[in-house]
Design a binder for this molecule. Structure first.
Ligand SMILES: [Zn+2]
Length: 216
């Protein structure tokens, strides 16, 4: 299934035969990117009448209790929209990051262990490449991505199956708008602080920039 707008184009489950009878595990945070990816995969399964399951995996940092809290709501939304799609209850690895960005240190062993057990077939992530350096300098010159959030490391992972990898947040927000999913979009949260976000971190700035470009 192809989704395109003025910011870019992606393909979701294009090779139906490859994805048939598979379990796709999806890293989900309750954020806008992974939520949209889950929705689009569920839609492709529904529209293509496919026998493919989705199993969300989540890293829950008890030092950031707001983070991931939206996950249950977005899963409910997608379940209600596509009730016949096998969207499994998320599995979470719970840890205390104590202010450090160590989510992947916990999520990766969970992913690798479940992979060895044959619990899923395909691992997907909703990561996008982010705004260009040019846009970053112009729109939010003093805000730097947090250490560990530089995308290069994740983007170079050989096993990465990431449909949004060549897109930025504007593409994501435009998809929500075009699909009539702004209520779902506003259910998601990009900041680790409670609603409406801290307005200071990288994620808040990126989100505000994309909303300015698409929604205003
Ligand atoms: Zn924030």
């Amino acid at each position: 299934m192809i989704h395109s707008n003025k910011f870019g184009e992606i393909k979701i489950l294009e090779d139906k035969e490859y994805f048939q009878d598979k379990v796709i595990s999806l890293a989900m945070s309750g954020g806008a990117d992974s939520t949209l990816l889950c929705y689009l995969i569920a839609k492709a399964i529904h529209d293509g009448n496919m026998n493919t399951a989705i199993w969300p995996m989540n890293g829950y940092d008890i030092s950031l209790p707001h983070d991931s809290l939206k996950l249950i709501k977005v899963i409910e939304f997608i379940n209600n929209r596509f009730p016949e799609v096998d969207l499994k209850y998320p599995i979470s690895v719970v840890f205390d990051g104590q202010g450090e960005d160590v989510k992947n240190d916990y999520l990766r062993p969970l992913r690798d262990t479940l992979c060895k057990q044959g619990a899923y077939d395909i691992w997907m992530v909703g990561i996008n490449q982010g705004p260009t350096l040019e846009i970053q300098k112009k729109e939010f010159p003093t805000i730097k991505r947090l250490a560990g959030h530089t995308l290069s490391e994740q983007l170079l992972a050989p096993e990465l199956n990431a449909p949004f990898v060549n897109q930025d947040k504007r593409f994501i927000v435009q998809c929500y708008k075009d699909l009539g999913l702004l209520d779902l979009y506003h259910t998601t949260s990009s900041c680790t602080q409670s609603d409406p976000g801290c307005n200071e971190c990288w994620f808040c700035h990126e989100r505000a920039w994309a909303e300015k470009e698409v929604l205003r």
